[in-house]
Design a protein around this ligand. Sequence first.
Ligand SMILES: C[S@@+](CC[C@H](N)C(=O)[O-])C[C@H]1O[C@@H](n2cnc3c(N)ncnc32)[C@H](O)[C@@H]1O
Length: 199
Amino acid sequence: MVIEKYELGEEYWNDRAATRGLQAVGHLDSSNQEFHVDTEAAWKVLQSLTQHYRGEVLDFGAGWGRFTQRLLKTHRVTAVDSSRTMCEMSKNLVQHVAPSCTLPFKNERFDGLFIYAVIQHVPDAIVEALCKDIRRVLRAGSYMIVCDAVGPPHKSRLGHSTRRPLERYQKLFPGLDMAATQITAGVYQPVLLVGELEK
Ligand SMILES: C[S@@+](CC[C@H](N)C(=O)[O-])C[C@H]1O[C@@H](n2cnc3c(N)ncnc32)[C@H](O)[C@@H]1O
């Protein structure tokens, strides 16, 4: 069943990468053109915020490195993803991590966090433990850029939670606040949250 398959996480994303290629990280209903236009539109906004990063940035759930390759032009970045197929597509830009809740990094290794369209796909059962481990590897005051489906709780047609309220994100990553509600024009319009991690 789709839902069980989704809950496995890695298998779902491996399949999606194998069947949809680069567009695997985009919304299922986006056209190819819309996907590329939205990527550029989002990056235009996000790039201006990256000036707040100091030190090394963790790109969590980086997919095949769509934003990693852009971030790397100006910053030190470590990118991770739990899908082996996505990591292979990234040609060594993105490192594979287990979809469990333990990242292979020491405490407070990073000074910045970049997350685009990932937390919305993480099941309720593990989202808290996963974000706790992301916080563990970030220093207090780390600058965070998080784009995700923020809003009234909603379940997708795959049966998982794709939307959570702002207050939930602020508990998962204390210090985050709403910065923009529209950074793309297409089907997928993530909300942009930014802030400095409070520990
Ligand atoms: C919609 S894609 C976004 C990829 C990338 N951030 C981008 O915007 O191009 C979601 C990504 O999150 C990854 N992911 C989902 N759960 C994860 C977990 N527990 N740990 C690491 N990556 C995860 C998936 O493998 C997938 O590549």
